[in-house]
Design a protein around this ligand. Structure first.
Ligand SMILES: [Zn+2]
Ligand SMILES: [Zn+2]
Length: 128
């Protein structure tokens, strides 16, 4: 299972939810290094579809009447992404329409079983 933490406050953003992250090509981003537009392409976002949306994101989407808006960390309010349910956006290589909810990768620590053990940044901050 993937854990997604806010880089700013180190809190787990989706503590009790099974979150599915997608690439810009709508494929399951189970391998964190996998990118949508090709192996040499640096992807700045991870995506989610509107099926299975985590609770607090769903609430924000409902508040905007399903149009578009920003997603901020529910703990520290840092901007971590956005969503747009009205305009289709193409991926960087132009072959796909990206999923409507996007999160900024540089604002997050995305942990899976293989990189979790190398992960020390937030743990050391909490320990201090
Ligand atoms: Zn935060
Ligand atoms: Zn592409």
């Amino acid at each position: 299972m993937i854990e997604i933490k806010c880089k700013h406050c180190c809190k787990n953003l989706f503590p009790n939810e099974d979150v599915t992250l997608l690439t810009s090509h709508n494929t399951n981003k189970s391998d964190i290094e996998h990118t949508g537009c090709g192996p040499n392409f640096v992807e700045h976002f991870v995506y989610m579809s509107t099926e299975n949306v985590p609770t607090w994101i769903q609430e924000i989407i409902d508040q905007t009447s399903w149009i578009k808006g920003r997603l901020n960390c529910p703990f520290c309010n840092t901007r971590i992404g956005s969503f747009n349910l009205v305009v289709d956006t193409k991926c960087s290589c132009g072959t796909c329409i990206v999923p409507p909810i996007k999160l900024i990768q540089s604002k997050l620590d995305i942990l899976n079983e293989s990189n979790k053990k190398h992960y020390t940044y937030c743990q050391t901050r909490i320990a201090r």
